[in-house]
Design a protein around this ligand. Structure first.
Ligand SMILES: *Cc1c(COP(=O)(O)O)cnc(C)c1O
Length: 369
């Protein structure tokens, strides 16, 4: 037996599974499993990426100053309160590393983003899930699960994979109900897609409290998932802690350049939001016609529940769709045994999914055929 032992609890972690890019038989397919924006990245971001080739020899700016300044300008924030991460995943991990340890509890919502529990366990802490009401984060249920050991609460808003959201007043009520020494992390990965008057990503809550952090990403609306770029807006004291423990050059030069260019191309971002609004509504209506339940999503994805009828389960649908070259996301690891998550795609992709699901839902059509 090897004398090398990892820290306690690490081997209990179920590794994160991303959305598949190939079907089970290894075919390239239409990939609607990871919530990247249907329109892809801005051509200006792609051009900026190409341009960094001339500078590959040099280390990136470890403080990502130009990028933080661009983010601050775009969202109306103070750049000193922004930290960038190698994906918002890294920021989630840094927060857990900094503020959780053995004996501590991390509280999240039952069907919340699965990385929270992984990052908490990696820090030696215990994830605690609060039940949801109608597949929506439930503030009262969260507050009821708070114990003296609770140190961080993670809320994805809108939530992935349900697409549902909490209005600003509910987030305020959650913050007001938590002890001051509990950090509230608002993961607003899909904020740019949301067009609701009562929604707020969390900027005001961060500004008005010294125990709230908002995380954001360039992976979804900006479709730069492959470059790994996220950021957080934090109280100064928290930025200061995270800057001490992050990798000194955690944002590569391509991500810094492409991120800035993506922010500048406001027309492209608007077009991506418009596209999503149109096709999300279309997909919802088509799925309803097929008798398939969806949650009221404000993101760029839909959680589709399948009937309990034999041959019509989510698993059968997944196999059938894969035969048609379509990949959605299986949801067992999020506690939804009979659902698939569909990312809003291009017009062609959306129509292909609906056509395939029409076939699947017809009598006698299932994956066994
Ligand atoms: C996709 C996603 C992220 C991860 O974003 P990266 O910046 O790519 O690490 C974080 N939170 C939620 C809820 C997501 O769906």
């Amino acid at each position: 037996m090897s004398p090398i032992k990892p820290n306690p609890g690490l081997l209990d972690i179920e590794p994160y599974k991303g959305g598949k890019a190939l079907t089970d038989s290894g075919r390239a397919a239409i990939k609607l499993s990871s919530n990247e924006s249907a329109l892809g990245p801005s051509p200006q971001a792609v051009a900026a990426f190409r341009d960094v080739v001339a500078s590959l020899k040099r280390y990136p700016d470890g403080a990502a100053t130009a990028l933080r300044t661009a983010i601050a300008g775009h969202y109306g924030l103070n750049a000193d309160h922004i930290i960038c991460g190698n994906g918002s995943d890294e920021i989630i991990q840094l927060l857990c590393q900094a503020y959780l340890g053995p004996g501590d509890e991390m509280l999240y919502s039952e069907h919340g983003f699965s990385l929270y529990a992984i990052a908490a366990r990696a820090a030696g802490a215990t994830p605690v899930a609060a039940p949801e009401k109608n597949r929506i984060t439930d503030v009262d249920a969260l507050l009821a699960q708070v114990t003296p050991a609770t140190r961080i609460v993670f809320i994805a808003n809108p939530n992935n994979p349900t697409g549902t959201y909490l209005p600003q007043n509910e987030l305020q009520r959650l913050r007001a109900g938590l002890r001051d020494d509990i950090l509230l992390v608002l993961d607003a990965a899909y904020a740019e897609f949301v067009r609701r008057n009562d929604y707020a990503a969390g900027i005001e809550l961060v500004a008005g409290n010294d125990n709230v952090v908002m995380t954001r990403t360039f992976s979804k609306i900006y479709a730069l998932a492959g470059l790994r770029l996220g950021w957080a807006y934090c109280p100064k004291a928290i930025v200061d802690v995270l800057n001490r423990i992050r990798g000194p050059f955690n944002i590569n030069i391509a991500a810094q350049a492409a991120g800035i260019a993506a922010l500048q191309d406001r027309a492209f971002t608007e077009a991506a939001v418009d596209h999503n609004e149109k096709w999300l509504a279309w997909l919802e209506a088509e799925l309803r016609q097929l008798g398939l339940r969806t949650e009221p999503s404000v993101g760029n994805f839909l959680l589709i529940s399948f009937p309990e009828t034999a041959g019509k389960s989510a698993q059968a649908a997944d196999a059938f769709l894969q035969q048609q070259g379509l990949i959605l996301r299986r949801m067992e690891s999020y506690g939804f045994a009979n659902a698939l998550r569909l990312t809003v795609g291009t017009e062609t992709e959306n129509k292909a999914v609906i056509a395939a699901l029409q076939l699947f839902m017809q009598d006698g059509n299932d994956a066994a055929k």
